[in-house]
Structures are given as structure tokens and as C-alpha cells.
Design a protein around this ligand. Sequence first.
Ligand SMILES: Cc1cc2nc3c(=O)[nH]c(=O)nc-3n(C[C@H](O)[C@H](O)[C@H](O)COP(=O)(O)OP(=O)(O)OC[C@H]3O[C@@H](n4cnc5c(N)ncnc54)[C@H](O)[C@@H]3O)c2cc1C
Length: 421
Amino acid sequence: MLDSSPASPARPTFADITTIGVGGSIAAFACPKDRVGLIEAVEGADAQGQPLCVIGGGSNLLVSDDPFPGLVVRDARHEMYVLDEAAPVEGQDRSVHVGATAGTNWDDLVDYCVRMGLAGIEGLSGIPGTVGASVVQNIGAYGQEVAQSVQSVEVWDRERKTTQELSAQDLAFGYRSSALKSSMYEAPGQPAESFFPTPRFVVLSVTFALRHSRASRVDFDQLARALGVEVGDQMPTEQIRQAVLSIRAQKGMLEDPYRYLNPWMRGSRQRDNAQAAIDSLQAAVDQAGGVDSPQGQDLIANRHSCGSFFMNPVISEEQAVSLPAEAPRFPVISAGQQADPARVKTSAAWLIDHAGFHKSFALPKAQAGLSTVHTLALTNRGSASSQELADLAFAIRSGVEAAFGLSLIPEPVLVGLQLDR
Ligand SMILES: Cc1cc2nc3c(=O)[nH]c(=O)nc-3n(C[C@H](O)[C@H](O)[C@H](O)COP(=O)(O)OP(=O)(O)OC[C@H]3O[C@@H](n4cnc5c(N)ncnc54)[C@H](O)[C@@H]3O)c2cc1C
């Protein structure tokens, strides 16, 4: 496929296949087109002791500019299927099971489900990346987490060298965490000796349990305001999806869809959806004064990120008491569980802003800076190096630690880069 294009070099760099657009050369790149090929590629690298990175959309990866001396594997399968479409709806049980291969673009799946009249993931519209990675970090936004809709995940276990079906319970989902993610870290933010930067369990496919409904509950204040309704109200899932996409566009929290014109990304997202996203960004850029205007350039550069760079700190009650009174405090609830009374979540964006790092902040002479519309997004403003982004992250983390005594944990997977100095 793309690899055979005569105009393309043999392999992409990480800059070609990540949303933030940085990262060095890659020794070997494979895009298996079937399940067996994916397992063989992973197992082949593991058997030879080669460094391995299974990549999806590259939207949660910040990779060093140094050459990566191993294999990067991207699942080329993009299949979505309804498992029990013809099943009768009995009583109150209106569940419909939908499966998707790991390489499927996440927003393609959301679009497919909303069109089919299936509710449960519409609030996660516009999150970049793939189905496979969605369960690694338990993606979440606007009052939903993927954990709420996952029935099971088929994985390749790199340690036991076998496939396994993991239930939602096995996955131990938490706030931006899962058993899959934990398998590559010693502790939050500290890579383990083995497996990192890809989990022990490589996701092959995911089965979702969704509700057969064209309406869903609005569970997030900002979303309710955008829709002109109250939190708790029911709204059509299509309207929720469009409202989420619109809020995300305003905050620069959508990826740059022009990346799907890059030969290494072409075909990894459904053509119509990629084109619709390009048209929408193009219209916004035109309205802002065109691609050469500072506003137009900001609209595009704000999207060259990994999304939120730091997780919202989950802290003890004593730590929460020591924060300024006006610092936000939220209950810690995940995947429909009860709130944890001993722990409190605060806002990384608030801490960063109140430590003096405001939107647009940049270190002198660096091409890396905070988004002009979102404090939590570290962005590549042009031709940033990975080191410039790591330096910016380090400066922000040190500043927050000095101001509030809290150490922020990066959300993206850092490959070949360290924030500890
Ligand atoms: C503009 C923007 C907005 C974002 N907004 C949100 C948001 O609202 N909420 C949110 O939760 N996240 C958000 N993110 C982060 C990101 O989109 C998610 O983490 C996403 O799930 C990453 O998917 P990916 O396929 O790009 O993963 P990648 O970046 O390719 O990989 C991330 C990790 O997952 C592993 N991985 C990838 N595929 C597999 C697989 N098949 N099996 C096992 N491991 C695998 C990789 O090895 C790596 O460790 C945002 C990112 C951007 C750029």
C-alpha cells in the first residue's frame, strides 16, 4: 500500500505519524493487514528482543528526535461490525454489541454508531486515535469514558504468547488508566523495564455494548450549556456529537486533519470523515483570514499537540486542603463506580495557569508553546524539536511543583525522553 509508493521513502519518521509532528527516524515499519500478520509482527520483534512500538493514530505519543532502533507496527485493519444487529430488543435490555479492530479510527467508530442509532460513546466524538489505544488509557471527555461501554477486549499477551479475551473487569479501568496501561509502567509516569512503550497486552479488537437509542443523557455542564439544556436532560446523540465537535474545534482539541493527506496517514481514516474534517478546518481558517494570517496559523498550530499534556492530579484530602481555596476540586469517580471519599481530583489546567504559565506561553526562541486557546495543550508551533517540547513540559512541571507542591504526570507516552532532570 502506502509503503510501495515510489515517491515515498521506505519508512516514515515519527514526525510523519504523530499528531504533534515530532520524532526521529524508525528502523523498521510494518502495517499488517490481518490479525495473524499483526500478531506475527509483534511476536517477531519480541522474539528477537527488538524494541517495539505498536502505534495507532500517534495522538498520545511524544517521541525523541533520535533514531528509534526497533520496529513500529500499525494495524492496517479498519473494520467495524454489529454483532447482534438482528437480535430482538427484549424488555428494557436494549444493548447492541459492536466490534471494531484495533486499527479503526476512533471517530470513525463514533460516527458509525451515532448513525446506527447506538448511544454510549457520542460524548467521545472527535478524540483522535484508534480503537486499540482507546482502551489503553480509557479515553474520556464531556462526562463519558470508554470504560462505560466496553464489553471485552481481545489481546495478544506478549508475555504468555497467546491471545486472551479480557472482560471490562479484567481491564481495571480508572481515570486515564487500565490494566493494559499499567502493564508498561512501574508507577504512574515511570516506564517499566519490559514492554514499554507498548503494553504487555496488544489490543487486537474491542467489543462495545451500546444502547439502542438515538438519544442520550447530557452529563457535562459545558456541553449542556452549548446545547442550551440542563445537565441530566436527554438529547439526540447526533446533536451531542455535533456540539462536542464544535466545542473541541474552538479549543483546538481536534487533530489537524490535513495529516490524512500525508502519504503515511492516507487511508487510516475513512475518506469522507477525513474530508469533512478538512473542509471544516479550512472554513474556519478562511474565516480567520486565511492560512497566512496569524489567526489562521494559530488555528492549525493549536492542533499540533498530544491533547492534554498533563493528567488532572488525583490527590489525598490532606493535599487538597493545602491548595488555595479557589482551586477546583472534583470527586474521583470512574466507570460508574462510587466516588472515592479519600481522594480528590484537581485541575491541571488551573494549577498551570496559576503557576504563571498562561495560554501561548513559550520558552525563549523555542518553536514549542502552549496552545493559544488551551492551557493543557503543549503544541508544536512550526518546526519544534522533541527536546523543545520536553523542556517546556519540564519547565511547567517544575513551576507547578514549586508553586503548589504537586508533581504533574504527563498523559502522553514519552519515548526516549525524560522529564526528570
Ligand atoms: C487534539 C487532541 C485531543 C485529545 N483529546 C483527548 C480527550 O479528550 N480525552 C482523552 O482521553 N484523550 C485525548 N487525547 C489523547 C489521545 O487522543 C488518546 O490517548 C488516544 O486514545 C490515543 O490513540 P492513538 O491511537 O493515537 O494512540 P498512540 O498515540 O498511537 O499510542 C498511545 C499508546 O497506546 C499504545 N497502543 C496503540 N495501539 C495499541 C494497541 N492496538 N494495543 C496496545 N497498545 C496500543 C501505544 O503503544 C502507546 O503506548 C487527545 C489527543 C489530541 C492530539
